[in-house]
Design a binder for this molecule. Structure first.
Ligand code: ATP
Length: 431
């Protein structure tokens, strides 16, 4: 496992993640995903959707910007704040709960009194900047789901329990964004809101907790680097009666473990806020004639924190044939490229032509990369570092025997495979 600096540097060098507004000196807490980062991130989201989309789970893509009323009702205008302190000497601002001691961590000056700082980004929708035009960038995707609850119910008449799932950007004006993607001001969330009968809520909470942990393990996160943490009453948000975090060993805090995903029993708090006085009965969607306000179980995962965890967990350095290498042992389903195709030499037309043929055929099904520069050993190293699970080399034997060399990223083992079997070979490996 790597430390944060190693990952930040690899991410920039190989085109996974760049600092936001980089050419203008940067904008703290924002990051631009480069070509490889975009692919890795898409694959993470694809796997999340694959684990969510059952017949009783409905996808949603709600607006990022919404009226102030949403945030009044949700409690965010009142509660969504962090304690802020300002140094009287250097005027720098810090999160009070992130500071050890009573003095400024930068200049040791005296700190002022802590006050609550609301973390939402406010803007105005339209040309008039008065209070009626006030709008906010969402600090979580969840509220977009809650305010569409009735719309989904009216359109689909689902039976209990059912879920609504969404992936999208969220914005928080973090006082001190830091630790790369871990604490950003613009980030992305993958959230499921699972609506259920309050009497079954504990059971679904525990099932969803297990389901989420399995997802990480299946995608290759090492067991020793991930664990559950049950929040105490003091640590829970005001709407929650039970919260379990899934922590990952990012190596940031003293014991190394930090929140990767939060799973909460949000009770009927949100639906009561947005639909006050509404009695959900059989007419809406319930079999129960008496009706009740559903409870909500919510697993909420930051795409960027997942991205960072997968990168850190996959990072490895080892030695192959007496040579040191960096290898990203990403799960093949997450790897930006599945296969890299190399012509052994650049100047032999038949080899290059055959390699192009193989490349064009494979890229219909798999994300593929072409590389013809430098010796094959160097090309392997380049692909190892970005996590490409397999490299295919087209050589003289290909022309005579119709076979190619397939080299495995993790074991560095090579085998000869018939050109016409390549598709099914990789299909099988990826299934
Ligand atoms: P923290 O205590 O670390 O600030 P939180 O408890 O406020 O996190 P939630 O409100 O539960 O976080 O958000 C759900 C998920 O969204 C988190 O588990 C995390 O993966 C992600 N997330 C939250 N804030 C950020 C951020 N500033 N940058 C990146 N991801 C974030």
């Amino acid at each position: 496992m790597a430390n944060l600096e190693t990952i930040v540097s690899l991410a920039k060098r190989r085109g996974f993640v760049f600092p936001g507004s980089d050419v203008y000196g940067g904008l703290a807490g924002t990051w631009d995903y480069g070509p490889l980062g975009t692919l890795l991130k898409e694959n993470i989201k694809k796997e999340w959707w694959a684990s969510m989309l059952e017949p009783h789970i409905y996808p949603l893509d709600s607006a990022i910007i919404s009226t102030k009323k949403v945030w009044e009702a949700s409690g965010h205008l009142e509660h969504f704040s962090d304690p802020l302190v300002e140094c009287k000497k250097c005027k720098k601002r810090f999160r009070a709960d992130h500071i050890d001691g009573d003095n400024c961590p930068e200049c040791k000056g005296e700190l002022g009194k802590a006050r609550e700082f609301n973390m939402m980004f406010k803007t105005h929708a339209g040309a008039v900047e008065d209070e009626s035009a006030e709008a906010y960038l969402r600090p979580e995707t969840a509220q977009g789901i809650f305010i569409n609850f009735k719309n989904v119910v009216d359109a689909f008449h689902p039976k209990m329990p059912f879920g609504i799932a969404q992936i999208g950007k969220a914005f928080r004006n973090e006082i001190t964004p830091r630790n790369f993607l871990f604490r950003a001001r613009e980030f992305e969330q993958m959230e499921l809101e699972y609506f259920c009968d309050p009497k079954n809520a504990d059971q679904y909470f525990s099932d969803i907790r297990e389901m989420r942990m399995k997802w990480f393990l299946k995608l290759g996160i090492k067991e020793k680097n991930i664990k559950f943490y049950d929040n105490t009453e003091d640590e829970r948000s005001h709407y929650s009666v039970a919260t379990t975090d899934i922590l990952y060993n990012y190596g940031i805090s003293d014991d190394g473990f930090e929140e990767l995903e939060g799973i909460a029993n949000r009770t009927d708090y949100d639906l009561k806020n947005h639909f006050p006085g509404h009695n959900w009965t059989g007419e809406d969607f319930l079999e129960d004639k008496d009706g009740f306000v559903p409870y909500i179980i919510e697993p909420s995962l930051g795409v960027d924190r997942a991205f960072l965890a997968f990168m850190m967990d996959a990072y490895d350095e080892d030695e192959i044939g007496g040579e040191r290498r960096v290898v990203l042992r990403l799960h093949p389903k997450l790897a930006p490229f599945k296969v890299a195709v190399f012509p052994l030499v650049k100047n032999k037309e038949e080899i290059v032509g055959k390699a192009k043929e193989v490349f064009d055929d494979l890229r219909k099904k798999f994300m593929c990369r072409w590389d013809d520069s430098g010796n094959v050993g160097k090309r392997y190293r380049r692909q190892d570092e970005i996590g490409t699970p397999w490299c295919v080399t087209i050589d003289y034997e290909t022309l005579e025997e119709g076979t190619v060399t397939v080299r495995d990223r993790d074991t560095a083992k090579q085998e000869r495979i018939k050109t016409e079997d390549l598709n099914s070979y990789f299909q099988e490996k990826l299934s």
